[in-house]
Design a protein. Sequence first.
Length: 78
Amino acid sequence: MSTTAPATTHTVLRAEGFSCPSCVAKIEKQVGRVDGVQAVKVHFASARIEIDHAPEVGVDSLVAAVAKAGYKAKPAAF
């Protein structure tokens, strides 16, 4: 029996309302606390948040984590 690493889902969110580099750390920290999230990378210049997470983590919980940090986010179309 072979063991394979669990599948990872890659989600990209588009964020609104952050205006400073310290906002990036705040969002990464908050989203990183969500169970099942393996990696979070916020791209300040493009307002993109890239998240690698377990498939069972819903996009809604990721958006909620960004909201908890004080910012709006929605799934990106690209």
